[in-house]
Design a protein around this ligand. Structure first.
Ligand SMILES: Nc1ncnc2c1ncn2[C@@H]1O[C@H](COP(=O)(O)OP(=O)(O)OP(=O)(O)O)[C@@H](O)[C@H]1O
Ligand SMILES: [Mg+2]
Length: 546
């Protein structure tokens, strides 16, 4: 016979518990091991609630349903178990059935279960009470000091095991947290790397695209057989699409802070409609505009144009299948807001889709035709401007999209610019661009617009020419080896040349930090590569008016 069965039991409990690092597992192991103590005791284990205000039954062996219910949650400081939790001292009750320490709420259950002898010991870890361990039995026989010591020793083991489990889960949590932040960091780094790459790619792709688009636009100005004209138009569309992909890549990969400048919504609308004019015309979409006098809004013009482009694009796509349509775009002040309305006479929006339009990746279009990002990106942009964007179906068919932006900055009213912008007088334009072909195509486009063009292939050459001959406007590439566009402008200023005021910055990445710095310094207008003849004409108009 084992000379000390209690010691053996304790060893079993200790070795089992020390292997467990999970709280639930510790509780289960502890209670199972305890029944080995005498075999017929009823045991229960309570743990303090996280706030420390109550005790919760976390495990038991042999409790009747009634007892389990009466013991589910116990107050601290009251009743035998509550007192042990409060004092941290072991409590031995001779007869639970008659003891004043038995809670009135539990007495019936205790009597019914025939519990007499009872002992409760605290579970501690690092000097703090975590809970209690109780044993009861159905004979009127007090627990012996040896049994009590065994129970206390077991409770100590449980305390240590619980503390280990807590430490372990805390460590695990911290590890998870670390892993998560590390993943985020890697993600952010990857995005930054894509941003860098995109910026480089944008430069490399937009330069040849400028040449391609420019050359084709020049060709389209000539007498051509209709079949050739059709094919060239496809090339124009596909080149424009490539440019859009590059722009989107830039926009998504790099988070540029939105710039806030006073801008005329009518101008923005006009620019976007210019951009889409050709495609709309091809699909027999008539464009009706109505620009009412409206104060400027403070906004990031590029982002607002992106929103408008998405709305016009959607309207176009909705009307295209029918082969004709009317696109109505209005700008007007509306109860204290600047409002843009984009209306089409397409099929409208199915009622069940109205709520989902602005969800990312919600699309009803075929793969390749729509990614479902247009409206969600637009929604985000408008929200960032403290504005509103919503959709409705029009009473007489078709969809209506509304953008409202708050007026901001100094409240001055500007006249809506006339719908037909007068063409400018013939200008002498200096083109500073390091890529030979790009410089050539810009020069030819300028000549076609009735201007004269002089090319300079780097900043120093440009300065020399500007000093030697008077020019009306200079178009300068921002990113050039040697002298950058920004430095070129600074040199013009340093030399007191009036041309500095009529500088246009050109770039494949309109939102690069270099461009932002150059524009912030000079207030000069931007020409994004690649561009249409209309955009080139428009930027010249802006430049000469400065
Ligand atoms: N003018 C409209 N008429 C009818 N339905 C529209 C109109 N504009 C948007 N929708 C519906 O809203 C959906 C989501 O539009 P959203 O611009 O977000 O994505 P998309 O146009 O499908 O794809 P993406 O803009 O990314 O190319 C569209 O697929 C379409 O079902
Ligand atoms: Mg869209």
């Amino acid at each position: 016979m084992d000379p000390n069965p209690h010691l053996a039991i304790l060893q079993v409990v200790a070795s089992r518990l020390s292997r467990s690092l999970d709280v639930e597992e510790v509780l289960k192991t502890a209670l199972t091991a305890l029944t080995h103590v005498t075999g017929h005791e009823i045991s229960s284990l309570h743990l303090l609630s996280p706030s420390g205000a109550a005790l919760h039954l976390r495990g038991d062996r042999g409790l009747t349903d009634e007892l389990r219910e009466a013991n589910a949650t116990l107050p601290i400081g009251e009743g035998a178990i509550g007192r042990v939790a409060a004092s941290g001292e072991t409590l031995v009750v001779k007869d639970a059935a008659t003891s004043p320490l038995t809670l009135p709420t539990a007495r019936r259950a205790v009597e019914a279960a025939g519990i007499r002898g009872f002992v409760c010991v605290p579970i501690r870890a690092q000097g703090r009470v975590l809970g209690t361990l109780s044993l009861g039995r159905q004979v009127l026989e007090a627990f012996t000091p040896e049994e009590v010591r065994l129970l206390e020793a077991t409770a100590d083991q449980i305390g240590v095991a619980l503390d280990n489990a807590r430490l372990y889960s805390e460590t695990r949590r911290q590890l998870e947290e670390l892993k998560r932040t590390q993943a985020q960091l890697i993600h952010a780094e990857r995005l930054a790397a894509i941003g860098e790459l995109a910026a480089g790619v944008a430069h490399e792709i937009n330069n040849p695209l400028t040449t391609i688009l420019g050359e084709i636009q020049l060709l389209l100005l000539e007498e051509l057989p209709p079949r050739m004209r059709e094919r060239l138009k496809i090339v124009v569309e596909e080149s424009a699409r490539t440019a859009r992909i590059v722009q989107n890549l830039l926009l998504f990969a790099r988070r540029y802070p939105p710039q806030s400048n006073p801008c005329s919504l009518a101008d923005s609308v006009r620019r976007v409609l210019d951009l889409k004019a050709y495609q709309l015309q091809v699909d027999n979409v008539r464009v009706v505009t109505d620009y009412q006098t409206c104060p400027p809004v403070w906004a990031d013009e590029h982002q607002i144009q992106q929103v408008l482009l998405n709305l016009v694009q959607n309207a176009h796509q909705a009307m295209r299948p029918r082969g004709h349509g009317v696109l109505t775009v209005r700008v007007k002040p509306e109860s204290g807001w600047a409002r843009i309305e984009v209306l089409d006479d397409g099929p409208g929006i199915a009622p069940e889709n109205l709520k989902r339009l602005f969800e990312p990746f919600f699309t009803t279009k075929a793969p390749g035709e729509g990614s479902g990002l247009g409206l969600s990106v637009s929604y985000g942009i408008v929200a960032e401007h403290n504005g509103r964007l919503w959709a409705e179906n029009r009473a007489d068919g078709g969809a209506a999209f509304y953008v409202e932006l708050p007026f901001g900055g100094p409240s001055r009213t500007v006249e809506a610019p006339p719908d037909v912008v007068p063409s400018v007088r013939p200008l002498r334009v200096l083109v500073v661009e390091d890529e030979d072909r790009v410089a050539h195509v810009i020069s030819n486009l300028l000549k076609n617009l009735g201007h004269t063009a002089t090319m300079a292939l780097d900043g120093a050459d440009g300065i020399a020419r500007a000093v030697a001959t008077p020019f009306d406007v200079v178009i300068v590439d921002v990113k050039m080896p040697g002298m950058t566009g920004h430095e070129f402008w600074q040199e013009l200023v340093a030399r007191g040349l009036p041309l500095a005021r009529r500088t246009v910055f050109m770039s494949g990445n309109q939102r690069s930090p270099e461009m932002a710095a150059a524009v912030a310094d000079s207030g000069a207008p931007i020409l994004g590569k690649p561009f249409t003849v209309q955009e080139l004409a428009a930027v010249l108009r802006v430049a000469v008016q400065r």
